[in-house]
Design a protein around this ligand. Structure first.
Ligand SMILES: Cc1cc2nc3c(=O)[nH]c(=O)nc-3n(C[C@H](O)[C@H](O)[C@H](O)COP(=O)(O)O)c2cc1C
Length: 223
């Protein structure tokens, strides 16, 4: 698969087949993604991979906690800036509207929207999952490194016939995750990631998010 094909076919998948991911594929993806660049070659990433019975146990734990705390915990970092401004605000809004439209959930149907949102906390039915954390004393540059590492995983997943969904939503369950995986206090959870085989028949996976035109963010000089 060409890099361009991996990029073009990567989407945030939000429904997966009930089919386990082969351990060899996960290992090959992790091997490949370790080649991701990082400033000073710090490789400032920490990863947990969970599947099978352990994943079932973890999802059951979260489902139990959601009964008393449906909104999850206070996040340890701002998922978005406190007052998200335009054009970002409009882009975020449109992405949400387009997503709910694929499954016929209208603007006023808050319960249905919340139910869809809650599927994050079952990894959208994916058979395997990852969590990514970073040392608390790392700076903006290292967070960018972690993002590049995650993108490398997502692109390699395409080469192995797999799809992914990065999930900052898991920042709302950082303590539960810390307890479950035994994450040391000096690390901060950044994101989860669902990984598995795409449920192609599910309408939610028909979403193809749009992208801003170049004139909104690229400046060309001398080209
Ligand atoms: C770091 C990161 C965290 C994300 N967290 C979530 C999430 O918690 N739940 C979700 O459904 N999508 C999540 N997304 C997916 C974005 O909504 C998605 O990437 C964006 O809308 C573009 O769509 P595409 O990935 O299908 O191209 C996340 C994406 C990134 C990069």
């Amino acid at each position: 698969m060409k890099v361009s094909e991996a990029l073009a076919s990567r989407i945030s998948a939000r429904a997966f087949l009930d089919k386990p991911v082969e351990k060899e594929k996960i290992m090959a993806i992790l091997e490949g993604a370790a080649r991701a660049p990082s400033g000073g070659n710090l490789q400032p990433w920490h990863v947990w991979v969970i599947a099978g019975e352990e994943l079932a146990r973890f999802k059951a734990l979260i489902a139990e906690r959601m009964k008393t705390t449906p909104g999850g915990e206070e996040t340890e970092y701002h998922i978005y800036p406190p007052n998200l401004k335009d054009p970002y605000r409009s882009r975020r809004y449109k992405c949400g509207e387009d997503l709910y439209a694929t499954i016929g959930i209208g603007r006023d149907n808050k319960p249905a929207r919340l139910m869809q949102l809650a599927k994050n906390y079952q990894f959208f039915g994916a058979p395997a999952a990852m969590f990514f954390a970073i040392d608390r004393d790392m700076q903006e540059g290292q967070w960018a490194d972690l993002g590049m590492y995650m993108q490398s995983i997502m692109l390699l997943a395409r080469e192995y016939g797999l799809h992914t969904c990065p999930q900052e939503a898991w920042a709302r369950w950082h303590s539960a995750i810390r307890e479950f995986v035994g994450m040391p206090p000096e690390l901060m959870l950044f994101s989860g990631l669902a990984i598995g085989y795409l449920d192609e028949a599910h309408p939610i996976n028909t979403l193809r998010t749009d992208r801003a035109p170049f004139d909104e963010y690229v400046s060309f000089r001398g080209l």
